[in-house]
Design a protein around this ligand. Sequence first.
Ligand SMILES: [Zn+2]
Length: 159
Amino acid sequence: MSIQYPIGESGQFLAIEQNVLDHFVKWRQVDPKMPEAGGQLFGAVEGQFIQVKLATGPRRSDRRGRFFFVADRLAERREISTLHKSGLHYFGDWHTHPQCIPTPSATDILSMADLFARSKHELNAFLMVIVGTAVFPEGLHVSLHEASSWSKLASKNSQ
Ligand SMILES: [Zn+2]
């Protein structure tokens, strides 16, 4: 099973595979003491499908609190080049929020625009997933970010 998100009028779909959803479930902030978690998203383009196949993180060297998550960027860059060799392309980032239905913070939006400007990536836009505590797809925020604009994706099932 995967959750699929049509991308505008492009005829393309973003598909989040089951093992990635399982990884998100593991880190949902359902317990009030759980800190935010996050990591990177990798996958491959298969025809009209942009398949998100792997979610990494969090790692020990990240800084994590109830309302913040600061990733170890050096380790992340190493991860991007390692996984690239096995055919997995870097698509973007994920992190959790202690919210039922997650909404991006102003900082989230700004840092995505900044990352888009600074990063090498395989998509025309940078993917951000925020994991809330509600069941999916309601508990997932999925958006695509460019330097000066972004758009929220709605899953096929919730349209
Ligand atoms: Zn956030």
